[in-house]
Design a protein around this ligand. Structure first.
Ligand code: FES
Length: 263
């Protein structure tokens, strides 16, 4: 598939450029098919930036001044990749009985169902003890996330509730701040779990200030919809290039999706 061979000219964030053995980017799709020809999710608006070259008819009687350098629009504005909500996984693809590990923006996260809070939770996928992936663990009978290595258990707030090896009459080491797991803010929108990629406590209530992307068309009753998730072994910019290139469909997807017969 040519999308795998395409070289991107868009610089991805630094954390994505690292060589990773797992897929770089996980996609959660909400696919809605329009029943109305008037509604189209792929409409584009015309750019506001139009460049004009003006040639003056005047006759110069003095030597012309050297041409001024053209001022380009400022394109240096930094995009903060870690100040946005990201879709993680459609709820329909998650099993409440087990933790699910994912990598997004170079971050290893674990999504799990907190039955006590009746919510999906997103944690840093590293146990604070010896950094074992919590996604390899289990949900215990009390609905806590249990590490597979030494059995430490965490509640939905990331607090350690049990260190099995700690003596019962010893100091309450499980309550030490260093025994807590990093918790990412998370929410559900369009039947997808979204997360905010920072465990810094200052973002704990970020949802009250900033919401995940809102796409009004997805709320139209005239759209049917379907969600699915797929891991792909390349960055988002390669996928976007691929999706904006419909001329490949009848060749690269021949016999898979309906399209005109190739010439
Ligand atoms: S690494 Fe998790 S309990 Fe030891």
């Amino acid at each position: 598939m040519e999308a795998l061979r395409t070289v991107s000219t868009v610089a991805p964030p630094k954390v994505i450029t690292a060589h990773l053995s797992k897929p770089l980017f996980s996609l959660s799709f909400t696919q809605k098919r329009s029943k109305s020809p008037l509604l189209n999710l792929t409409q584009f608006t015309k750019s506001k930036f139009t460049k004009f070259n003006v040639i003056s008819p005047s006759v110069w009687t003095q030597p012309a001044a050297p041409p001024e350098e053209e001022t380009e629009p400022d394109t240096d504005e930094k995009f903060d990749w870690f100040s946005h909500w990201y879709p993680l996984m459609p709820v329909c693809d998650l099993d409440k009985r087990a933790p699910h590990g994912m990598k997004v923006l170079g971050l290893d996260v674990v999504v799990w169902w907190d039955k006590n809070a009746n919510q999906w939770k997103v944690f840093d996928d590293r146990c604070p003890h010896r950094l074992a992936p919590l996604s390899e663990g289990r949900i215990d009978q009390w609905g806590r996330l249990q590490c597979v290595y030494h059995g430490w258990c965490f509640n939905g707030s990331g607090n350690c509730k049990l260190i099995p090896q700690a003596p019962l009459d010893g100091p309450p080491v499980h309550s030490f701040p260093k025994a807590c797991v990093g918790v990412y803010p998370s929410t559900i929108q369009y039947d997808i779990v979204w997360f905010w990629p920072s465990t810094d406590p200052q973002y704990k209530d970020i949802l009250s200030k900033k919401k995940p992307l809102y796409i009004p068309e997805l709320s139209y009753p005239s759209y049917a919809f379907q969600t699915y998730h797929r891991d792909i072994p390349y960055g988002y910019e390669v996928l976007i290039e691929n999706l904006m290139d419909p001329s490949h469909v009848q060749y690269a997807h021949r016999g898979i999706i309906s399209a005109k017969e190739p010439r």
